[in-house]
Design a protein around this ligand. Structure first.
Ligand SMILES: Nc1ncnc2c1ncn2[C@@H]1O[C@H](COP(=O)(O)OP(=O)(O)OP(=O)(O)O)[C@@H](O)[C@H]1O
Ligand SMILES: [Mg+2]
Length: 469
């Protein structure tokens, strides 16, 4: 005789384990991902290229101790999808969106985000000729047998109302606390969105958090348009590749002039301005690794040196785009880089090639930073993505020899010093009081720059030496 045995999950256990490991901000970013995916679907975008592809679309987030809301105008959830899939935990139809550069993969993001925050959820959406609402009341979580929800039809509004609103009430205590004004969460979220969605916002998408618009961080690099004699320009390294169905674009270069010796030698720590240096990795326009200076982007892995202050001016972006989001080098959380993906190791070789070019440059000009200033002054800030796309027709693109994925590269020849470096650096330490005294004696100013005093002392001795020897 056989007897059926219960093996269904309790909702509480299921929901708790789902939401435990995701950081609150990441959970909210998942909701924004859905908005962007919504735009891609509603415009049927086959590619994310183009200057203003997200123009006119927006998401407005409002949060306080009582509630969380996100309202978008990104096309809405088709009613059939709402009924059959959107509220399910896990995707039943992974093939959906196969031709589109969306990032939705698992069918979990929205549910995980709302249950992370609270227990009373309202989703209202208008798509084409349907407008409806689905409520998940707190009691729903208590009943382990009934997993069904209700969809109520609402009166259709004008097409400008196509979009989705998600409202979470009954916030968990710790969430309500984090949303209280004194904790500054809205600003934190804005900063994070400005990083992760920088490219998307630059292409016209608007995000507000508590009525304040998010501004995107910049990845602009210095580029000289008019290069005379092929030798006085600051240019970027650029690479394009078609790795199976993933497009890879790389741009690496300088985002500021070389660091002064004082900046390089700021003791025991990375200079503050190092925050803008490093390599950023992007998958379908979302940033998955921000300004990295570790071995992940090749720093300290031969022949590229480890990052230190001398390399402050170096930055770059690496962009992977594909309609098959599972072929992107993403971890399952979609916010991290999958280091075991082959495509990542493939791209890394080119990242290192690019970075090395600019670490070499800073080495060659070490101690002569002032001599290269004029090169930097002639360069202007340019958006690396635009640069890659608009430069496509330019002659400077060369096929990579023996490349297997239609690689094309712009490998700039940066200015080289005319002679080998014949200078040597002199450093010494003296008691502060003694230095002040000498400063007063030479300049009549005890606060004069110690380097100038050292320099003065040397020059004086040098003049004497030349006369007497
Ligand atoms: N703001 C939105 N606009 C349009 N459609 C949406 C929106 N939010 C959710 N959806 C629909 O609901 C579905 C479920 O969303 P959910 O985030 O749970 O999973 P997913 O995006 O498919 O996958 P992932 O777990 O990887 O995010 C989406 O696939 C999408 O069709
Ligand atoms: Mg999603």
């Amino acid at each position: 005789m056989s007897t059926p045995v219960q093996a269904t999950p309790t909702k509480r256990f299921f929901v708790n384990s789902l939401t435990r490991d995701i950081e609150l901000k990441d959970a909210i970013l998942d909701l924004l991902d859905n908005c962007i995916d919504g735009v891609v679907r509603s415009k049927d975008l086959k590619t994310l290229e183009g200057e203003n592809v997200y123009k006119g679309f927006r998401a407005d987030i409002v949060l306080d101790e009582q509630k969380f809301e996100i309202h978008d105008n990104c096309g809405g959830i088709p009613m059939k999808i709402a009924i059959e899939e959107a509220f399910k935990f896990g995707r039943t139809n992974p093939e959906r969106d196969a031709q589109l550069e969306t990032v939705g993969m698992y069918g979990i993001g929205m549910k995980r985000a709302v249950f992370k925050m609270g227990t009373h959820i309202l989703v209202e959406s208008q798509h084409k000729e349907n407008r409806y609402t689905v409520e998940i009341p707190p009691e729903w979580l208590e009943d382990d047998n009934d997993w069904m929800l209700n969809l109520e039809n609402l009166k259709l509004l004008g097409t400008s109302h196509e979009g989705t609103s998600i409202i979470v009430n009954n916030l968990h205590d710790e969430i309500s606390d984090r949303f209280s004004q004194r904790r500054g969460f809205a600003k934190e979220l804005r900063d994070e969105v400005g990083r992760i969605f920088a490219l998307i916002i630059k292409k016209g998408f608007v995000v507000t958090v508590n009525d304040v618009e998010v501004s995107p961080v910049s990845f602009d690099l210095l580029q000289t348009d008019e290069i005379e004699d092929q030798k006085d320009g600051i240019e970027t390294y650029q690479l394009k590749s078609e790795y199976n169905d993933v497009m890879i674009d790389i741009a690496i270069g300088f985002y500021r002039p070389l660091a002064s010796i004082d900046e390089v030698e700021e003791e025991n720590r990375l200079s503050r301005s190092a925050a803008n240096a490093g390599i950023t990795i992007i998958c379908n326009d979302r940033i998955v690794l921000f300004r990295d200076k570790s071995h992940i982007t090749g720093w300290g892995s031969k022949p590229v040196p480890s990052f230190h202050n001398q390399f402050l001016p170096i930055a770059g972006i690496v962009r992977f785009s594909s309609a098959n989001s599972e072929n992107l080098p993403l971890t399952t959380t979609k916010r991290g880089l999958n280091l075991s993906a082959k495509i990542y190791w493939y791209a890394l070789e080119y990242i290192k090639e690019g970075v090395k070019k600019f670490t070499d440059f800073t080495n060659q000009w070490k101690g002569k930073e002032s001599e290269v200033k004029s090169f930097f002054e002639k360069a202007t800030y340019q958006d690396p993505i635009k640069m890659i796309n608009e430069n496509e027709e330019k002659v400077s693109w060369r096929a990579v020899p023996k490349g297997r994925f239609n690689e094309k590269r712009v490998n700039p020849s940066l200015p080289k010093p005319a002679r080998r470096n014949t200078k040597v650096r002199i450093t010494f330490y003296r008691e502060k009081e003694e230095v002040k005294l000498v400063a007063e004696y030479i300049y009549g100013d005890s606060a004069a720059n110690p380097s100038d005093i050292g320099d003065f002392a040397f020059e004086k001795q040098y003049e004497l030496a030349k006369e007497e020897l």
